[in-house]
Design a protein around this ligand. Structure first.
Ligand code: B12
Ligand code: SF4
Length: 494
């Protein structure tokens, strides 16, 4: 079957700091291709809608799957489905990915027949049976699939994440994927799932709090096949199990693979497993996201982060000692007043690290979606990108954005300040010499992306598709939040 897989456009944040390869979609493509299908991938982060239209006309797909990891992309995906159905009414259109798994029925309703099915949960085990059922009948009986007639059997989880390999050869314009100065940059997955249960996050609910590891051999082999000199490790929390991190490091050492790496982890994991991070710096680990979330104990308790401010600060010292550049994430509560923003600006200026701000947003699939008592001020999917306020702000909305943008601008100026700029010029020159312009563009784009007028105007756009209203739940039984409810058999990498 001719299958076209599409990744939606980049969101606001990605316009500046990063643009990464659609790894989940590439893995779904890998599974479909292994089952004998003719697969193409179009990533709208790096292709225009016009180019997609031309691809659809030339390829004439019999099925089209759209990746919906981000709620904010849902309107774009529904519109796309409608357009494709107009020209090719027989093309089977399905959606899959993290966010759409939590709102499958609502999105099917909103698409009014333009979307034939939503796949909840992991796409690799579902895609081949789904395409087979599209040809032979029985779509409703495919595990994980939701159609207008209801939910089929529960989604199936991969036993081992070693296979299928992502079909990286199907993503074109790969040189446009980058993160900061790691330009160009590929992505890789060493583990899947997260054993913690932070109240604002849906990573643990999607995978039913399970945690799987790639075998070190498979990880080494995959890394060897990556052409890019830089790699983003997509794991929610890298190196939770130090022996696993060491085993992959040993594989890379044996194969003499040296690249530069960016990863995401928690402060307590870094403190506990310092040695494995130190070993990875020798292999090329350069950057790390630390989700600090709050600078005080009260905020950390609120998000059930299970980390103390002291651990966060010690983790920063450890990272500095290891020579790893850290990007800290802090969650901005819409309840903040001007004084609170001032304190955060002061904090951001007092540390050498890069500080990112994201706005507290209740998402379907998170615990706070069901427990947050403040009502939503908007149900426009496009504003659920953690850069907009979707619950009431204490400050008038415009004032809130003024403070937010001001804080972001102060932080940005700090990063682009003279000292950084001198360092950046060297990197920039190197990248430009290799024809890589993503990082250079990023440096100049800040003001056009982050500005008060744009943020406020985003709230005034006509809304065609709205998020469902949260259902208040007693989340005593957390399993009701899960997409994958049965943990898989433990894999051999233990
Ligand atoms: C790596 C990552 C990123 C990367 C790369 C994103 C990319 N290009 O794909 C970066 C750093 C760029 C990123 C950025 C953001 N991210 Co992010 N990110 C993740 C993370 C940690 C892992 C995703 C991943 O690659 N997993 C590995 C691959 C193999 O799995 P996967 O993509 O989920 O794909 C599987 C399934 O979803 C499904 N599937 C996926 N696509 C399709 C398509 C079809 C047709 C089918 C059938 C199935 C299917 O099958 C795949 C294989 O099993 C997730 C958390 C998580 N654990 O999922 C958050 C997560 C997806 N991100 C999140 C957010 C909020 C963001 C940002 C909006 C944050 C921001 N404002 O700063 C940005 C926006 C990015 C953008 N699109 O512009 C939220 C999503 C919230 C939501 N409900 O919308 C998540 C869930 C994190 C969280 N804490 O809640 N992110
Ligand atoms: S925020 Fe991080 S540690 Fe907390 S549940 Fe999500 S992925 Fe896990």
């Amino acid at each position: 079957m001719r299958l076209l897989l599409v990744h939606p456009s980049a969101l606001m944040y990605s316009e500046i700091f990063l643009r990464l390869e659609p790894l989940g979609l590439e893995r779904v493509a890998g599974a479909a291709r292994a089952a004998g299908h003719d697969v193409r991938v179009v990533d709208l982060q790096v292709f225009s809608h016009d180019e997609l239209r031309r691809e659809v006309s030339a390829f004439r797909p019999q099925a089209m799957g759209v990746s919906l990891n981000y709620l904010a992309n849902i309107p774009e995906a529904i519109d796309l489905a409608r357009k494709v159905k107009l020209s090719f009414p027989d093309c089977f259109v399905f959606l899959g990915g993290h966010s759409v798994s939590f709102v499958a029925e609502d999105v099917l309703d909103q698409a009014q027949g333009a979307v034939d099915a939503v796949v909840r949960g992991e796409g690799e085990p579902a895609v081949a049976p789904l395409l087979e059922a599209v040809r032979d009948g029985g779509v409703d009986a495919v595990p994980g699939v939701v159609t207008a007639s209801g939910r089929g059997p529960e989604p199936v989880m991969l036993h081992s994440i070693d296979n299928p390999l992502p079909a990286r050869d199907l993503t074109r314009r790969r040189r446009r994927y980058f993160i900061g100065e790691l330009d160009p940059c590929a992505s890789i997955e060493f583990t899947r799932g997260c054993p913690w249960d932070c109240s604002f996050c849906s990573a643990w609910t999607f995978y039913g709090r399970s945690y799987r590891k790639a075998s070190p051999q498979a990880a080494g082999e995959e890394m060897a096949s990556i052409a890019e000199p830089n790699v983003f490790i997509v794991d929610d929390v890298a190196f939770i199990r130090p022996e696993h991190g060491h085993a992959i490091a040993a594989e890379l050492e044996r194969r003499r693979i040296r690249k530069r790496y960016y990863l995401e982890t928690r402060s307590d994991v870094l403190l506990r497993n310092e040695e494995v991070f130190a070993r990875w710096t020798r292999l090329g680990l350069r950057y790390m996201f630390l989700g600090m979330e709050a600078i005080d104990a009260e905020g950390l308790d609120l998000y059930r982060k299970r980390v103390s401010p002291d651990e966060n600060f010690r983790a920063l010292e450890t990272a500095r000692r290891l020579g790893i550049n850290v990007a800290i994430n802090l969650i901005v509560d819409p309840a903040w007043d001007a004084e609170r923003f001032r304190v955060v600006r002061e904090f951001a200026m007092s540390v050498p690290e890069i500080v990112h701000l994201t706005v507290m947003t209740p998402y379907p699939g998170t615990e706070i979606w069901h427990t947050e008592s403040r009502r939503l001020t908007t149900r426009d999917y496009r504003l659920f990108d953690i850069q907009h306020a979707v619950v009431p702000t204490t400050l008038p909305l415009e004032e809130f954005y003024r403070e937010l943008v001001r804080t972001q601008a102060v932080i940005n100026r700090k990063h682009l300040g003279l000292r950084t700029a001198v360092g950046a010029i060297r990197l920039l020159a190197g990248n430009l010499a290799r024809g890589q312009t993503n990082f250079a563009r990023m440096l100049w784009k800040f003001n056009s992306v982050y500005n008060v007028d744009r943020q406020v105007a985003d709230h005034l756009r006509p809304v065609r598709y709205e998020l469902p209203l949260p259902r208040h739940l007693d989340v005593g039984n957390r399993r009701q939040l899960y997409v994958h409810s049965r943990p898989p058999v433990r894999d051999t990498a233990d």
